[in-house]
Structures are given as structure tokens and as C-alpha cells.
Design a protein around this ligand. Sequence first.
Ligand SMILES: *Cc1c(COP(=O)(O)O)cnc(C)c1O
Length: 435
Amino acid sequence: MNRRNFVAATAAATAAPTQAQQATPVREKPLRGDNWGPLHYDAAEKAQVDEVVDTGVPFRFSGRRGVMPVKVATYEKEFAAKIGARYALAVSSGTAALECAMAALQIGPGDEVILPAWTWHSDCTAIVRAGALPVFAEIDETFNLDPSDIEHRITPNTKAIIAVHLQGNPAHLDPILAIARKHKLRVIEDCSQAVGASYKGRRLGSMGDLGTYSHQESKTITSGEGGTIVSSDPELFERAVRFHDVGSIRAPHSEMLGATKLSPFVGTNFRMSEFAGGVMLAQLRKLDSIIANARANAARVYEGLSQVPGLRFRNRPDPAGELGSLVFVRFDSKAQRDRFLDLMRAENVPANPPAGSVVLPIQSYIENKIATHPAWPTWTSPRGRAIQYGAASCPRTIDVLSRFAGIPIGPKYTRQDLDDIVAAVRKAYPAALKA
Ligand SMILES: *Cc1c(COP(=O)(O)O)cnc(C)c1O
């Protein structure tokens, strides 16, 4: 930028907009808030699916006419290498991955698991379906577990913490892992909304005892439905594998482990098909370029907003490791945030309250403790009967979520789209503070 442009740009950023500028929206037509997932499908995914159709080998554990299934197995190898874990297991969903994690850690009736009050249902349902008790902790301005709200919730029955990395943003892992070590608790990293993101140079999911991922349509890479679980602990991995395949273990997992240690136990079927495995393989091979593109797009928006007086983003424990799928702007009150959302709508640029997860303690089935059977062990134990959920149990989580506006950064946004986002926020933010 030459000096003259710089002076003009600075003046434009600081001068109050005239009424005419205020009245003309930044964009004539609304910017589409496009989603992730299938936007990156091309000939690579198509070729994988075609191959499964042509060979007639859709099941990962048996071949036909000399053709052996390799897609899911290859995907698992490449995924483990990408994340930096010893083992990966592909399953049918992110929810299935979490249930495998519960089984791997032998979490069951009488156990307690700490999780954030704002996340997707599955983190809680996996705990409840294991018969254990969900104990919610508040989130902080990372939108993830507040490390200072964990320790006082630990009891002699606490077995694990689920650290969820929401909306592409890593949680404060170092303090969370330190608390877990101090109290001998296991850590599951739920990376469903942050597939491929990292914390201090390491990929999310490789630092806890187990990492789980979703490949549902709205996530970073997708086969419509799908999930993966990683671990570097052979015993935890064997238990996860057996749980996902009715208690049994077959090649290639038995070969991967060398010697198996466990006897069969009650499991289920969460196996991935070769169709999903092929699509995931093609998607995985694009993961780094998908993320590089997202980060570059988000960087342009962060940069463009860096000089706006008073403007703050959500707390990012490792800005370089964040995925860049959304930029969140902080406000002091819900009234200001809501006014900002209205003003952005008037500029035809999308901005929304935090979405994609739910405040779990206020969900009716949790607040009223409703499982599949009235004698479900989660809520018939003395602790289960005593615990209180509802809005009063997570006031800080509700407050944080009411004060942030999220601006989606679509993977296919053009430079003009990104510059329009910056221009719209520069107009709307100072005006919203007057609310
Ligand atoms: C999407 C999601 C899941 C569940 O994944 P599914 O593949 O939909 O079962 C679990 N946790 C979080 C945080 C998610 O966003």
C-alpha cells in the first residue's frame, strides 16, 4: 500500500460514516453463509466411490474375486499419521467415536465425567448411555471448558474430562491436561468441530488419552456421516476396536497391535463402509489445503479488523492453530451484540449468535433427567439424584454466548467477500456500541 492509499484507508476507517454511507449497504445482495464439507468434493471423491462400485467390495472386512478392501484401512493409517497418534479407527459417526471412547476407558455406572455446558448433545449422550453421570463445567471466552471451573467439580467418582474444541478453536489444553494428571483423570479430546486444527504445534486429538472426530456434513472433511477415534495407547485402542465391532477384533487391527490382550465383551456395530472410507481418504488428502485456505481467509478478516478501536475477538489459546471457519466478535452486553447482528443484516453480511452446539444443562431431557429407562443408573445413584442441571447451573456459559457474534468465513469466499465483511464490521461495530 502506498502512502496516499494508506492515508485514505486510515481516514476511512476512523471517520464517522456520513448518512449516505450509512444508508448504502456494503453489499447489494446478501453474502451467502456457505458451509464446509461437500464444497470440496471433486473428481477425487468420485473416483473413490466409482472404484468401490466397480470392484463390488463395499465391506471393509471381506474381499471379492481377489480384490481386497483397502479404503477404510488406508484412511485409518493416513489419518493417524496426519494427527500424530499411533492408531486410528474409523467409525460410523462422531457420536459413535465418543461411545467408543467411553468403552475404551471402561466408563460406566457410578463414574462421573466432566464436560463443557456448551457443546453438541453427543458428548452428554455418550456418557449417559454408558450409565455414567455427566457433570457440566462452565465455558470461558474460548467457548471451551474454563480450566478454573473444573477442579471443584472433581469427586472420588470422577474418571474423565471431555475437552471439546469448539468452532475450530483449541481449548486451553495445557491447564486442562495438568489438572487431569494431578487428579489421575483421563482426557478425551472431542475434535469434531476442529478436525485438523492444532495447539502449540500438535494436532488436536493427539494430546489426550483419546481423540474423537466427526465427519458429518457440516464438519471440516466429510462423508455425510462418519467419525474417527485416535489413541496412542494399545489397550485403549483395542477396547475401542472391539466395542465398534461386536466385541471382536480382526485384521488389519490385530496386525496393527501385534498381540491382542483382551477377551471379547459386549460391543455394537459402528463399522465404516468402504464407500465412506474412500470419500474420507480423498477428503483427508485435501485437509491441509482446506485448512490453509480457511486460515488465509480468516487472517484477512482478523487483519482488516485489527485497528478497530476496542474491538476484541474470542479468546484464542493458539491463534495459529485455529481453523479459521468463523471469526467471533466480543461485546460487553447482549443488547450491543443483538444490535450488531441487526446492523450486519442491514449490510447484507451474515453474522449470528454462536450456533452449532447447545447449552446442554437447559435441554429438557437433561434438566429433567430422562434416559431410555426410568431406572437408568445415571440418575438413580445418590449423586445422580442430587445433581441439579438447568440454567442456574451454568450462568457464565449463558452469559458468554449472549455476548458474541459469529461471522462465518466460507471456504469459497472471494477477496471481495472478505473485504466486504471487514467493511461491514467496521461500520456496524462502533454503531452497535451506542446501543
Ligand atoms: C458433530 C459433533 C459431534 C457428533 O458427531 P456426529 O458425526 O454428528 O455424530 C460430537 N461432538 C461435537 C462437538 C460435534 O460438533
